[in-house]
Design a protein around this ligand. Structure first.
Ligand SMILES: *[C@@H]1O[C@H](CO)[C@@H](O)[C@H](O)[C@H]1NC(C)=O
Ligand SMILES: *[C@@H]1O[C@H](CO)[C@@H](O)[C@H](O)[C@H]1NC(C)=O
Ligand SMILES: *[C@@H]1O[C@H](CO)[C@@H](O)[C@H](O)[C@H]1NC(C)=O
Ligand SMILES: *[C@@H]1O[C@H](CO)[C@@H](O)[C@H](O)[C@H]1NC(C)=O
Ligand SMILES: *[C@@H]1O[C@H](CO)[C@@H](O)[C@H](O)[C@H]1NC(C)=O
Length: 454
């Protein structure tokens, strides 16, 4: 009798129900890149995988939307670095997607004003051709490899038809708290309630690995004393923490341009089998995309309306951007399309999908905002397999095929330009003072909830 019970129990243990796949992810790493549309970075990947909604060269914009005889620009494969950036302010994007600067009634929008808007900035037409342009897959071999090995989303939009900062806020908070452009004062003052960062819901958290620009310190909530030990210099600590299996549950990496090292580091980690790595672009940077931007059925986040002249209600999305998900739990060559009419009939993938998915994977108590509730989540892509893959490429394979000189030379250029713009000395001084004040407050036994340099 005793032995048959033992056998019965053993049988149960050896045959776990196959329908239930618990979440295998304990390590989510998000890398936010800047200013590139889907078609610009990945449109030509359709040649490699026809399932991807990319380009074939028939996509066209005219120099003047209203003049059918004006010069035509067909989508090309000769992308190169553009300086200055094409326009991507709220006004510029409105003209790009609607082909008009005062008529936003098009649904779907025509996506035919990119060449015209670029011409407003550069009347030689050189920028007009540059924005209707994408990378040849062999120029972005790192992405070519990731897409064939893991998952690409071919219908993922920026959250706001506007510039870098508001879109980054959606990645963190599923709202920009009413910002359509870069408003440092808003971040510096914003309270927990207004900008409820997903990372602040993590038990062990937050952790942010960043380069010289200490962007996280702009967020008031992240200046609490208890977080002082959670910020790290990317170059000093990311690799070490990863190698030691000590990366926390949710990590944001800022400002690494085309950095294969993030992948290689995670791949080599003892926690690789628990890792989900997401790469996204904050916004499209003024580059053409052929997929119409959703302009209806998008919930306004907190009922916020921008003042005149735009009266923008945060009720339409930005242009489609590249998003790639990497994990040994993802099937090779996955293409995630949308929309799938869930959780709401109009739901789409956009930056709020990140905090919304984190909520599901980690079973957090609540969605951050209405927009976060509406956004499509993607935890399903890591819940299909019963075992992690063992055939994911390693560090050397990726490094060997990387021939992308244009993009690998970006980081220094960009970093330098930003330091000039944002005031290098100011930033360094602010960072130093933050740490000094924090260490001092800690010694003095100040409450962990205290905001440093308030
Ligand atoms: C937009 O401006 C043009 C030219 O000024 C004008 O003809 C047109 O009626 C305006 N359209 C709307 C919707 O305001
Ligand atoms: C282009 O802009 C330059 C400088 O503003 C101006 O001198 C030139 O006439 C313009 N050319 C055309 C074709 O509009
Ligand atoms: C890029 O365009 C050139 C010229 O049209 C063509 O020969 C080449 O095959 C294209 N490459 C890709 C990857 O589409
Ligand atoms: C991206 O756009 C922002 C403005 O939205 C600008 O400050 C930044 O320099 C741009 N970055 C790159 C890589 O072009
Ligand atoms: C990941 O899981 C695979 C399959 O179970 C195993 O062979 C491999 O050693 C694991 N890797 C790590 C880093 O634990």
């Amino acid at each position: 009798m005793a032995s048959s019970i033992t056998i019965f129990i053993l049988m149960i243990l050896n045959n776990p129900p196959t329908t239930v796949h618990a979440n295998p992810i304990k390590n989510i790493v998000v890398l936010i890149m800047e200013n590139r549309s889907f078609d610009h970075m990945l449109g030509w990947m359709k040649r490699i995988n026809p399932e991807i909604n990319g380009v074939d060269g028939s996509e066209v914009n005219q120099l003047s939307v209203t003049d059918t005889n004006s010069k035509r620009f067909y989508f090309n494969n000769q992308s190169h670095y553009l300086d200055p950036d094409p326009g991507h302010s709220f006004q510029a994007i409105r003209e790009q997607i609607f082909g008009s600067d005062n008529d936003t009634s098009g649904n779907p929008p025509s996506m035919n004003g990119f060449a015209q808007q670029a011409y407003d900035m550069d009347n030689t037409t050189s920028m007009s051709q540059s924005v209707i342009n994408g990378f040849d897959p062999d120029m972005v071999v790192f992405y070519k490899t990731l897409i064939s090995e893991f998952a690409v989303f071919d219908r993922w939009f920026a959250s706001v038809p506007s510039s870098t900062q508001p879109n980054r806020l959606y990645v963190h908070s599923a709202t920009s708290n009413g910002a359509t452009n870069y408003i440092p004062a808003l971040l510096i003052r914003a309270t927990h309630k207004e900008l409820h960062l997903i990372i602040s819901m993590m038990p062990e958290y937050p952790s942010e690995y960043t380069t010289r620009i200490f962007r996280p310190l702009f967020y008031r909530n992240l200046r609490k004393l208890k977080y002082i030990t959670k910020f790290h210099e990317y170059d000093l600590s990311f690799k070490q923490h990863s190698n030691e299996g000590k990366l926390p549950g949710y990590v944001v990496v800022e400002q690494r341009y085309m950095d294969t090292k993030v992948y290689e580091t995670l791949r080599a980690s003892p926690r690789w089998n628990e890792t989900l790595f997401v790469i996204t672009y904050d916004e499209h940077g003024g580059f053409f995309d052929h997929v119409p931007t959703p302009v209806s059925g998008v919930p306004s986040t907190n009922g916020i309306v921008r003042p005149d002249p735009f009266l923008f209600k945060f009720d339409r999305l930005g242009v489609r951007v590249p998003t790639i998900a990497v994990s040994p739990w993802i099937e090779k060559g996955t293409v995630v399309h949308g929309p799938n009419e869930s959780p709401f009939p109009t739901s789409e993938y956009e930056h709020s999908s990140i905090p919304a998915t984190v909520k599901k994977l980690y079973d957090l108590s609540s969605f951050l905002t209405k927009r976060g509730e509406w956004a499509v989540t993607f935890e399903g892509i890591v819940e299909k397999k019963t075992q992690p893959r063992t055939d994911c490429p390693e560090l050397m394979q990726l490094a060997a095929v990387l021939k992308d000189h244009i993009l690998t030379s970006f980081p220094d250029k960009i970093r330098n330009e930003m330091n000039v713009k944002q005031g290098k000395e100011y930033m360094e001084d602010a960072v130093r003072r933050f740490f000094e004040a924090g260490q001092y407050a800690k010694k003095m036994g100040v409450s962990e909830e205290h905001i440093i340099l308030n």
